[in-house]
Design a binder for this molecule. Structure first.
Ligand SMILES: [Zn+2]
Ligand SMILES: [Zn+2]
Length: 414
């Protein structure tokens, strides 16, 4: 099941992390989105003169930015020659926080990345990694579950969960009953798992602290993120993509069948998920995915991705597009509660070759407006749908979703 697990290995040094970001940030500020590796190799040596000592090859220099990419602060284009990279939205926010000496915001951004991103696969720092395991999540969760972890304990967990396919829970039980965290692992994987660099960086950023050889959560992390770390899954399954996992498939079917008609999106999943950084390829791949139906009994249905809905809500600033005066309440993740609604309903997907579960087609509305749209009388629904259509028409057209208001209303809201 699990494939190859690769982690950044060049450096966990904070200076290389910030120097890499500085180059990409300045390039962005100068209006140049992409930064070529050739330039990076030259400039990084100017910022970190010690890199020039001895014979250092190109890949070694480029890898100084590995951890910046690992945590989603930059993206890398593997298809171009020479390679190039650019800073992401969260990278810009992070570097601005750094310039303002705002350490807490920096921690928050890295924590969001850990909670949100995929590390074992589809990570722009290590293209060749293909594992279900997300090491930074495993690291923080194991610290909480075992009340601290050593490098050796971490190496053991990475080895048994990835290479032996032992579940995380079983591995934790095994490790905790041995009453010491130092378990030996085979020599051939010892180098790979015993010398993890991202832990060094997380330590110097203040997300974890090291007492002797034991890592613990920092006070800040423990105060603000303990609950979320506890709930964290160390696996990076891709629930929104094609259905490879039986349980998820069944779960979706159940929620889609049992839901009353007007909860066209599971709003609970939406509020408890995280928005995408819309500059990333990961987001674009999801937003522009090719619609693929799932067969349920005799019917076909299309899966929706709660993170896309959440992204649409964030972009709308959690304001009700039915009427921006509408006020609700603060929901679990601290934002005004709004619901996501597909303006062109998902039931229309079969009529469109373009994915409808996308930010251009999702509106943020309050629960009253949402109920009104599905349950109101004709006049009520017409007025609301028209208002939303006028707000979204341009966006819909921008992704070739060409539909007139008349057609939308008569076909899908009748
Ligand atoms: Zn709806
Ligand atoms: Zn409203």
């Amino acid at each position: 099941m699990s494939g190859k697990l690769i982690m950044p290995k060049q450096t966990g040094q904070k200076d290389a992390f910030y120097a890499s970001l500085e180059l990409l940030y300045n390039s962005y500020k100068n209006g140049e989105k992409w930064y070529s590796n050739d330039k990076f190799k030259v400039e990084i040596q100017k910022l970190l003169p010690y890199l020039s000592k001895g014979a250092q090859d190109g890949p070694y220099l480029v890898k100084q930015s590995e951890l910046v990419r690992y945590f989603g602060l930059a993206e890398y284009d593997y298809s171009s020659k020479p390679g190039k990279s650019h800073i992401t939205d969260s990278g810009i926010r992070f570097y601005n926080a750094y310039l303002q000496n705002n350490e807490k915001l920096q921690l928050d951004i890295i924590m969001q990345a850990i909670l949100n991103n995929s590390f074992g696969r589809n990570n722009t720092a290590i293209q060749s990694s293909d594992s279900d395991i997300d090491p930074p999540k495993l690291f923080l969760k194991a610290i909480v579950d075992l009340d601290g972890i050593t490098n050796k304990g971490l190496a053991y967990l990475l080895y048994v969960t990835n290479d032996l396919n032992i579940t995380y829970n079983d591995a934790i039980i095994e490790l905790s009953k041995s009453n010491n965290r130092d378990r030996e692992i085979p020599l051939e994987v010892s180098h790979k798992y015993n010398d993890v660099k991202f832990t060094v960086l997380l330590n110097s950023l203040g997300i974890v602290v090291k007492n002797g050889d034991v890592y613990k959560l920092s006070k800040y992390t423990s105060t603000h993120y303990l609950k979320q770390i506890r709930k964290l899954s160390i696996y990076n399954k891709e629930p929104e993509l094609v259905l490879t996992l039986k349980e998820e498939y069944d779960e979706t079917l159940e929620s889609q069948i049992d839901e009353p008609l007007f909860t066209d999106i599971d709003q609970n999943k939406v509020i408890s998920s995280y928005a995408y950084d819309i500059t990333t390829e990961r987001f674009k791949a999801q937003n522009n995915r090719i619609p693929a139906p799932i067969k349920i009994g005799k019917k076909y249905r299309y899966k929706t991705n709660p993170r896309i809905s959440k992204t649409a809500l964030e972009l709308a600033n959690h304001v009700c597009l039915g009427n921006k005066e509408h006020i609700t309440f603060v929901s679990k993740l601290g934002k005004p509660y709004m619901e996501a609604h597909h303006l062109i309903p998902m039931s229309a997907q079969r009529d469109f070759s373009i994915n409808l579960d996308r930010i251009e087609n999702i509106v943020s509305i309050c629960p009253i407006c949402h109920s009104a749209i599905h349950l109101g009388d004709d006049a009520t629904r017409l007025e609301l749908v028209k208002k939303l259509y006028d707000l979204k028409e341009k966006e819909l057209k921008s992704v070739s979703l060409n539909i007139s208001f008349g057609e939308l209303f008569s076909k899908y809201y009748k």
